[in-house]
Design a protein around this ligand. Sequence first.
Ligand code: HEC
Length: 181
Amino acid sequence: MKSKKHMLLFVLAISIAAIGRANPLEDGKSIFSMRCAACHSVNKALTGPALAGIEEKRSLDWIFQFIRSSQTLVKGGDKEAIEIFEQFNKIPMPDHPDLTDDDIKNILAYIKSETKTEEASVAPFPKPGKRPSGARPLSADNYGFFAAYFFSVAALIMVLLFAVRIKSYETQKEDKELSAS
Ligand code: HEC
């Protein structure tokens, strides 16, 4: 009984820890809306270019460098950086040197999740194999779901165990009463 209890506590602790961890998509979304959305939209060019498909267009390393300091790239003679800089009327994008690799990866995950494909906006039903935008596939990325699932199962087991204990306590009591009388 004791080791079962420990096991349950362990499962519970893990579930709570997992739920407590922020969701990468949510993180990316909040950074994006606070620090990028003034100039960028995912699917539409504003002051800065639309960011949909950026991961296919540029290397991850380039994206890291550009977001942290675009002008360093431009002044260093990077062709892609100069081209986009000139295309957008030489408006320098402000530096974000404090964003970590993970922050930027979360932003990219958010951009990906918000990217609208042509077919999705035209077709009344999503094509087979295409997810409607906003749908969140089951993957390690949304472990919040798994954690919640895990947590509910653990809670259910607790309730069941508790019920069994009450039941056995009652039968014990009955037995005692029987033998007393
Ligand atoms: C003040 C406006 C502004 C803000 C805020 C801003 N950007 Fe930009 N961004 C630009 C402009 C303008 C460009 C076009 C290149 C240039 O002019 O240097 C650009 C270019 C980019 C590019 C390159 C796009 C391409 O097609 O190569 C990326 C990636 C990017 N921004 C990401 C971000 C992210 C992520 C944030 C938030 C952390 C952000 N930007 C915040 C204005 C901004």
